[in-house]
Design a protein around this ligand. Structure first.
Ligand code: HEC
Ligand code: HEC
Length: 157
């Protein structure tokens, strides 16, 4: 009896933690080929769920001076990408994702790494020296620490 009970308990624990980790740590992998190609050229293509829609609109409208680089695209391509990013943004639909936490109505963050949620997650968990590690170089270099970031996994200790 106790063996059966233990097995049942183990199953319940497994199922519970599996569903929690799915909801908490997984961001959908980008499927759109245009976004992957055009926004994954200089850095990984960041998941749209990490910024509000208004941030993506502003980023897409200022590509000529994109963090010091010219990332301009023709209008049709830019429009396609903007639509995809806005439709999947942190504040899209009825659900506001984790990345909306602490973002006030007037704020238009242009960096994921400057959102209150990102800053809090990393201040608590990352040793300050990590940011000057030559292998990391930039906070935006997600893949340096999250090996599966492009697949949407960020909880890979
Ligand atoms: C020509 C190269 C280039 C292309 C193409 C490019 N980017 Fe960037 N992007 C950069 C650079 C450089 C940075 C700053 C990186 C850093 O701070 O380490 C950056 C940073 C970003 C950031 C902020 C990252 C952070 O710190 O949170 C976002 C968001 C972003 N890019 C989105 C996009 C999107 C969307 C596209 C496609 C439309 C795109 N990028 C295409 C060069 C590029
Ligand atoms: C210097 C290493 C480092 C870099 C660079 C980095 N992270 Fe992290 N990140 C961590 C650590 C450590 C944690 C906390 C432990 C964990 O949850 O894996 C974390 C946690 C997170 C979490 C919370 C995961 C959860 O538990 O729900 C997200 C989301 C995240 N990072 C996204 C990003 C994104 C997006 C980028 C790039 C724009 C990035 N990180 C860059 C080290 C890093």
């Amino acid at each position: 009896m106790s063996a059966l009970k233990t097995a049942t308990l183990a199953t319940i624990v497994l199922l519970t933690s599996a569903s929690i980790s799915y909801a908490d740590e997984r961001y959908p992998r980008i499927q759109d080929e245009v976004v992957l190609k055009e926004c994954g050229e200089c850095h990984m293509a960041f998941q749209p769920q990490m910024l509000p829609g208004r941030s993506w609109v502003k980023i897409m409208n200022t590509l000529g001076d994109h963090f010091g680089e010219d990332a301009s695209l023709d209008m049709a391509t830019a429009q396609h990408i903007e639509t995809h990013l806005a439709e999947n943004a942190a504040d899209a639909g009825w659900f506001s994702g984790k990345f909306m936490r602490g973002i006030k109505g007037a704020m238009i963050p242009l960096r994921i790494t400057e959102t209150p949620y990102w800053v809090r997650e990393h201040n608590e968990e990352v040793h300050p020296q990590a940011w000057s590690d030559p292998k990391i170089k930039s906070k935006a270099n997600c893949v340096a620490c999250h090996g599966e970031a492009e697949r949407g996994y960020y909880d890979d200790d």
